[in-house]
Design a protein around this ligand. Structure first.
Ligand SMILES: Nc1nc2c(c(=O)[nH]1)N[C@H]1C(S)=C(S)[C@@H](COP(=O)(O)O)O[C@H]1N2
Ligand SMILES: [Mo]
Length: 376
């Protein structure tokens, strides 16, 4: 297994402290389940270095029941579950919104997203054993080991989602123990929700009658209208980002690539919080006309992305490729980043556009050998 610094060297690093990084888009499309070296990392504080021998999760359940469970307890007292699900940051594609007007936060391209087969135990199994009843209007608040501006990281999810069969306390990603940067030894995985609701490096969880009062929950990750600024935002009025919206991106070719004229394959992903992707349209002319892509989706993985690919005929010249997906409710994406711009740059779902150059076949000897994912 590679080291953290080796993995870091292969990613586009937005920041070292806290560590935030995403893969080049061409590599994101390499496999349906994202390998560790192509998996984005989003952290708000330090990366805790936890010891499995001493690690416990404290659970404050219904009626004040408190228990502490080791990883061994989790693995022996509850059935194992495997869920293939996509993790996506609410700030994925923020760079496109930043092109409209300044926004706060790292300028993520479309790589703050990844998919894994997560192995763990169902959070609902743990909560029911702790005496928590289904259906109550309650929240599960998580607390983690990393410190963010002097407080442990914390976030919450509604009990309804905590009890859903897809929600896990996970200890493995694609069959391997979690890597340190992804929450070793145990993290929450809340499929379909923004990544922020899947806390890593868990230390405790509490069932309570209100959402977490941690600033991550109470102030950040809220969606505001375009007129609201950092100065005027009232966090109690913002919409809490839980379920992720419909989105799609072109991974290959990458922005600025040079292709040969003729038939070219375009590839990418489409994703939605909890609705199936039924159609993906791809354009070679900025959205004036569209071709339907072939879809690739894994069985029994309603919370995982859909891969798509399409062959487009491209004549010599400059082209703007664009993609938009449709979900099973017949909804599609906004055309422009201005349509949903907000000062935090969250939930950028406009058509993903990639400018490329196409040159005549006869000129193709002029394409530098390093061009494209196949190059050195
Ligand atoms: N403890 C803790 N959990 C966390 C975070 C964090 O900073 N600390 N970041 C969250 C955010 S915003 C995202 S998008 C996902 C990213 O998970 P990954 O780094 O494994 O890709 O983790 C979430 N869980
Ligand atoms: Mo995130």
């Amino acid at each position: 297994m590679s080291s953290l610094s080796e993995r870091k060297a292969r990613l586009i690093v937005h920041g070292d402290q806290p560590y935030n990084a995403e893969p080049p888009l061409g590599r994101l499309r390499a496999s349906y389940r994202t390998s560790a070296e192509n998996f984005y990392v989003r952290s708000h504080g330090d990366l805790p270095d936890l010891d499995l021998e001493t690690w416990r999760i404290a659970i404050f359940g219904g009626a004040g029941v408190r228990q502490e469970l080791s990883l061994h307890d989790l693995q022996t007292r509850f059935p194992e579950a495997v869920v293939t699900a996509t993790m996506q940051c609410a700030g994925n594609r923020r760079a496109d919104m930043r092109a409209v007007a300044p926004v706060s936060g790292d300028p993520w391209d479309a790589g703050a997203i990844a998919t894994a087969a997560w192995t763990g135990v169902r959070l609902g199994d743990i909560l029911r054993e702790a005496g928590v009843a289904d259906g109550a209007d309650l929240h599960v608040a998580f607390e983690s080991h990393d410190m963010v501006e002097g407080r442990p990281y914390g976030a919450s999810i509604p009990l309804r989602k905590a009890m859903a069969p897809e929600t896990l306390l996970a200890y493995a990603m694609n069959g391997e123990p979690l890597l340190p940067e992804h929450g070793y030894p145990v993290r929450a995985v809340v499929p379909g929700f923004a990544g922020v609701r899947s806390p890593k490096w868990l230390r405790r969880l509490t069932v309570q009658d209100h959402p977490s009062d941690n600033p991550i929950q109470a102030e950040d990750y809220k969606l505001f209208p375009p007129g609201v600024t950092a100065e005027t935002a009232d966090p109690t009025k913002g919409h809490t980002i839980d379920t992720m919206p419909l989105n799609a991106a072109i991974c290959d070719p990458e922005r600025g690539a040079t292709l040969k004229a003729g038939r070219n394959r375009v590839r990418g992903y489409a994703v939605s919080g909890d609705r199936a992707i039924v159609r993906v349209d791809v354009s070679g002319n900025g959205g004036r006309s569209w071709t339907q892509a072939d879809l690739e989706h894994e069985q029994d993985a309603p919370f995982a992305w859909t891969f798509w690919s399409v062959e487009l005929y491209l004549a010599p010249g400059e082209h703007e490729l664009a993609v938009r997906a449709w979900d099973m409710a017949g909804q599609t994406q906004p055309a422009l980043p201005t349509d949903t711009w907000n000062h935090k740059g969250y939930l950028c779902t406009c058509w993903h556009r990639v400018r490329i150059s196409v040159i005549d076949q006869n000129m193709s000897s002029l394409i530098p050998a390093s061009n494209g994912p196949g190059g050195p």
